[in-house]
Design a protein around this ligand. Structure first.
Ligand code: URA
Length: 318
């Protein structure tokens, strides 16, 4: 293999979410699974008991980035003609993927708590940022979150830092990572059109994400990664100090409002976001990437946009 081909292959692995090498030799898991299935069938034919495999259970993709749509949907669960659902055969036991270790801190009781040091460092760095410029610089040099090692760029923000509306998404996708700007892919283009329906241009709002680096392969950020990034987005909100906050999707709402309610129940309701200095009115709505998959739900998102428009009008009068 030529050098350039090897680099292209490695780039492709990284884009697909491979961030750790488990072995020197490639393993054909499909062949292994097929061989095992054949062995099971052979055992069944010779009368031996075969334990049933678990039914297909592949969770709906929860990640709301644009690439989420590229992920495989659920396995077929049978069809209208009554064909029984295909069974999912688990691959043989193999080492579980563990995210690369975070810095480890000693808690007061002496137990090691992974990531605590990184969360503490993030809090300090965010607290010390007096301006958005400082905050961006602090994030650029922050090495407590493993996501920065696989992302191409920091995706800090876009729009007007003096805007009355600040929108917060979950984490950047591929196009955002390429350009270093939030919501510039398919869901970003839908977001632009949604804002336009209430007379807001993209340049008139401020847009950021809870997690400012693209998770490899567009996977969902781990709870630990979200915790590490939270002090930064909290400080970003405090510094922008908008009249109204909009959480795009359940993940952003859960991370920032600490709510455990699902987005379908939470959306459209005004809540208070406490910056520590003051409360900001906040509204959670459906994520544009979800709306791309479920266009029928755009009517709910439109209701939320109208509520946002009304709130901005009310606020103007006070
Ligand atoms: N989805 C997000 O949550 N944020 C982006 O910036 C893009 C897609």
């Amino acid at each position: 293999m030529q050098h350039a081909e090897a680099i292209a292959l490695l780039d492709w692995y990284v884009a697909a979410g491979v961030d750790v090498a488990l072995g020197e030799d490639p393993a054909d898991r499909f062949a292994e699974t097929a061989r095992e299935a054949q062995e099971r069938q052979a055992r069944a034919r010779s009368g031996a008991e075969t334990p049933p495999g678990p039914a297909a259970e592949v969770p709906e993709p929860s990640r709301t980035g644009d690439d989420a749509e590229e992920r495989p949907a659920r396995l077929p669960a049978g069809d209208a003609r009554g064909t029984p659902p295909r069974r999912f055969e688990p691959p043989p036991e193999r080492p579980r993927f563990e995210p690369p270790p975070q810095p480890v801190a000693r808690a007061t009781m002496g137990a090691a708590v992974p990531g605590d040091a990184a969360v503490g460092a993030a809090r300090d760095a965010a607290r010390n940022a007096a301006t958005l410029g400082d905050l961006r610089a602090a994030l650029e040099s922050f090495d407590g979150c493993n996501l920065r090692t696989t992302a191409k760029r920091l995706v800090f923000a876009d729009g007007d830092p003096g805007a009355r509306v600040m929108l917060v998404g979950e984490a950047p996708g591929r196009e955002e990572d390429d350009l270093g700007l939030p919501f510039v892919g398919r869901s970003g283009r839908l977001l632009d059109r949604m804002l336009a329906t209430i007379g807001l241009e993209r340049g008139a709002v401020y847009i950021a994400n809870v997690v400012p680096w693209r998770p490899p392969g567009n996977r969902t950020p781990t709870p630990q990664e979200t915790e590490i990034c939270k002090p930064f987005i909290a400080r970003q909100i405090e510094l922008v100090d908008p009249d109204v906050l909009v959480f795009l999707g359940g993940a952003a709402a859960a991370a920032l409002a600490g709510t455990t309610e699902g987005i379908t129940r939470l959306r459209g309701r005004w809540i208070e976001y406490d910056t520590g200095r003051r409360n900001i009115r906040a509204l959670a709505t459906l994520h544009p990437a979800y709306l791309l998959r479920q266009p029928i739900q755009k009517r709910l998102a439109f209701r939320d946009l109208l509520a946002l428009k009304r709130a901005l009008g009310e606020n103007e009068r006070t």
